[in-house]
Design a protein around this ligand. Structure first.
Ligand code: ZN
Length: 70
Protein backbone atom coordinates (compact mmCIF):
# COMPACT_ATOMS: atom_id res chain seq x y z
CA UNK A 1 0.00 0.00 0.00
CA UNK A 2 1.37 3.38 -1.02
CA UNK A 3 0.38 6.45 1.00
CA UNK A 4 0.96 10.08 0.16
CA UNK A 5 0.35 13.40 1.89
CA UNK A 6 -3.22 13.20 0.55
CA UNK A 7 -3.85 10.25 2.88
CA UNK A 8 -2.67 11.94 6.09
CA UNK A 9 -5.26 11.65 8.86
CA UNK A 10 -7.17 8.81 7.21
CA UNK A 11 -8.14 5.86 9.37
CA UNK A 12 -7.43 2.55 7.64
CA UNK A 13 -7.53 -1.18 8.23
CA UNK A 14 -4.67 -3.22 6.79
CA UNK A 15 -4.11 -6.95 6.44
CA UNK A 16 -0.65 -8.44 6.22
CA UNK A 17 1.29 -11.62 6.82
CA UNK A 18 1.91 -10.57 10.42
CA UNK A 19 -1.70 -9.80 11.28
CA UNK A 20 -4.44 -7.28 10.74
CA UNK A 21 -4.41 -3.72 11.97
CA UNK A 22 -7.70 -1.94 12.58
CA UNK A 23 -8.40 1.77 12.76
CA UNK A 24 -4.79 2.81 12.15
CA UNK A 25 -4.24 6.48 11.42
CA UNK A 26 -2.05 7.54 8.49
CA UNK A 27 0.69 9.83 9.78
CA UNK A 28 3.91 11.44 8.64
CA UNK A 29 7.09 10.87 10.61
CA UNK A 30 10.62 12.03 10.02
CA UNK A 31 14.03 11.05 11.31
CA UNK A 32 15.56 13.81 13.51
CA UNK A 33 19.06 12.66 12.55
CA UNK A 34 19.02 12.34 8.75
CA UNK A 35 15.65 14.04 7.99
CA UNK A 36 14.26 11.08 6.02
CA UNK A 37 10.47 11.16 5.88
CA UNK A 38 7.85 8.46 6.05
CA UNK A 39 4.10 8.38 5.43
CA UNK A 40 2.10 5.39 6.55
CA UNK A 41 0.25 3.86 9.47
CA UNK A 42 1.37 4.60 13.03
CA UNK A 43 2.49 0.99 13.31
CA UNK A 44 4.71 1.35 10.23
CA UNK A 45 5.95 4.76 11.39
CA UNK A 46 7.14 3.07 14.59
CA UNK A 47 9.13 0.61 12.49
CA UNK A 48 10.56 3.45 10.42
CA UNK A 49 11.63 5.43 13.50
CA UNK A 50 12.98 2.32 15.24
CA UNK A 51 14.92 1.31 12.13
CA UNK A 52 16.53 4.73 11.81
CA UNK A 53 17.30 4.88 15.52
CA UNK A 54 19.03 1.51 15.45
CA UNK A 55 20.89 2.30 12.22
CA UNK A 56 22.15 5.70 13.37
CA UNK A 57 23.23 4.23 16.74
CA UNK A 58 25.18 1.58 14.83
CA UNK A 59 26.66 4.22 12.51
CA UNK A 60 27.72 6.27 15.55
CA UNK A 61 29.31 3.23 17.24
CA UNK A 62 31.28 2.32 14.10
CA UNK A 63 32.46 5.91 13.76
CA UNK A 64 33.64 6.04 17.39
CA UNK A 65 35.46 2.74 17.02
CA UNK A 66 37.19 3.92 13.85
CA UNK A 67 38.31 7.10 15.58
CA UNK A 68 39.67 5.13 18.54
CA UNK A 69 41.63 2.85 16.20
CA UNK A 70 43.03 5.71 14.12
ZN1 ZN B 1 17.65 8.61 9.87
Amino acid sequence: MKYTEDNLGEIVTTDGDNGSYYDERIVMAYCPICAAKFIGTIRQAGGFLGGHEVFHAWEFTVQINNELEA
